[in-house]
Design a protein around this ligand. Sequence first.
Ligand SMILES: [Zn+2]
Ligand SMILES: [Zn+2]
Length: 156
Amino acid sequence: MNKKVQSNSDETPYKWFWRALDDYLVKNSLKQTKQRKVIVQEFLAMNPHVDAEQLFERLRKMGYYFGLATVYRTLNLLKDANLVDQLAFSDGRSVFEVNTPDSHHDHLICTHCRKVVEFENEEIEKLQLKVAQHYGFSLESHRLDLFGRCPDCMPV
Ligand SMILES: [Zn+2]
Ligand SMILES: [Zn+2]
C-alpha cells in the first residue's frame, strides 16, 4: 500500500505555502527577495485575518522599515498567486488570510470592531451547491461574508 503524504506537519505548517510561492515566482520570472521573505514570514505568523497595517506595524517594531505600499504589494502578489484571500470591509479596509487547499470556512464580520469569526455550515454549503446546479453552474469555489454587529458591539 502507498503511504499517504501528510501535509499538515506541526513543525513546518507552511512548507506547502513556501513551495507554492517559489513555484509562482519562478513561473512569473520573479525573484524571491529578502524583503519579500520577511513580510511573508511575519504574515504567516499573524495568520489568519491579517490587517496589512498591523503587519506593517509589526515589521516596524521588529526594525524593518518597509513601506506600507511594499507590504500591500507583497500581499497582493500572494493574492495573485491564489495563496491568500482578501476579506474586504465596507469601509475600504481589508484583511488577508492564507487560502489553505482542501479546507474551507466562511466569515461573520463585525462592521463595528472588525472582528472576524469563522464558521462552517453544512447546510449552507449544500444549498450553494444546489443553487449553482439550478443555474447550470459547476461550482469551483465561493465566498460568503456575513456583515453585522458582534455580541460585544451590540447597542445596550
Ligand atoms: Zn464587534
Ligand atoms: Zn478566515
